[in-house]
Ligand binder design. Sequence first.
Ligand code: PHE
Length: 445
Amino acid sequence: MKIARFSRLGFILAAAGSAVGLGNIWKFPYIAGEYGGGAFVLIYLVTVLFIGFSILIAEMLIGYLGRRDTVSSFEVLASKNKKLWRFGGFQALAGLFIMIFYSVVIGWIFNYIVTSLTYLPSSVEEAETIFTTMLHADFWTQFFYHTLSFLFITYVVHKGIKGGIEKLNFYLMPALMLILAGMFLYATTLGAFSKAITFMFEPDYSKVNSEAFVVAVGHAFFTLSLGMGAIMTYSASLEKGANLVKSAFWVAFLDTLIAIVAGLMLFTFLYQYGSGPAQGPGLVFISLPAAFYEMGILGNIFAVFFFIALAFAGLTSSVSLVEPMVQYFIDRFGWSRMRSSLSMGVFFWFFGIFAILSNIDGAKEMLTWGGKSFFDWVDYVTAAIMLPIGGLIMAVFVGYIIPQSEVERVVKPQLGWAYKPWLFSLRYITPVAMFVVMLSLMGVI
Ligand code: PHE
């Protein structure tokens, strides 16, 4: 049984640290760009509020009531068919799978911190060459930094909830916010800031289609770290009497705030010095460095700090991706934390090597199936299939399976009048939304 518990602030920082990740800074701006800016941002905000927020509370509740690893929590809380519901806990596996490519991307970021110190590409074309050369031809650089990321993450996780994860978030989260705040303030002084505001907040309804909706729901889910046991596992270490709703509010608020601040800042720089928004996944690795170049020496400083912030965001998410399975092996198999952390680490490190290889010329042919590389497959299977299934299971589990008196006892006093709408959303809206998202991302509809 666990003894170490998060402090109140520690929990919020750790859960927010999990939520604020590469998704906020790297992914949100480019999908906002692709789906028409303001209109997309609006749909995204509505989904975070009505779907994301309600599952966030549900996931916290399972962890808080279960007080164990994800599999055991499902098992003890199910009112019947315990053996079957136990499988709901295996959503934790998604975290380890996500780590296979997440750690590789963190590796790229480490590399960009180091190279931006002395060099920035002078044009988007050059930036693109640099990025694609690294991706397709430079195995060893990627391997080196991926290994570094594995060592760091494993070290932190092996120190445990208090001495490792809470501490990491305690330093890295404020640092991340400071860096972003500083760069954001600078961005507000630039002429292009108002363009960025218009882009992010002025809805162009002609771009609102069902695909934008699906992407928004999918992203709301990914960005809040839902559906793979991270929030659940952290919540198992909450102290008794903690206010789940308040914590959930802070996590969703910080997560959204940081995505919007990062988006506004990036778009300002891209409008002012670069080629404007909507650049696809290469936005931060290609367009942005070229925009920073135009800023002279300040650009180097900004680039280094920006990539440091991005690395911090990625690392605080990573520990939450690994911890659920680490906890699982500790609780169910009696493994030591050291053994469990190292085993999970070696797992994602090992398969991460194949994720790298699957982009390298000469090797990628063997690691590509159906037009998708191994790297893309892992991303796809986790985001399009595993997380929505995890969300669906949790909505049904809390909405119908856990003794409702328990749910009511904990959540009702905290939510007040919103309790009924919350339960309604969990029982009827969320499962349907999750199902539709999954089918659509799988290309079925
Ligand atoms: N929320 C993180 C992000 O936005 C990713 C993540 C997903 C982290 C699931 C933990 C669990 O990048």
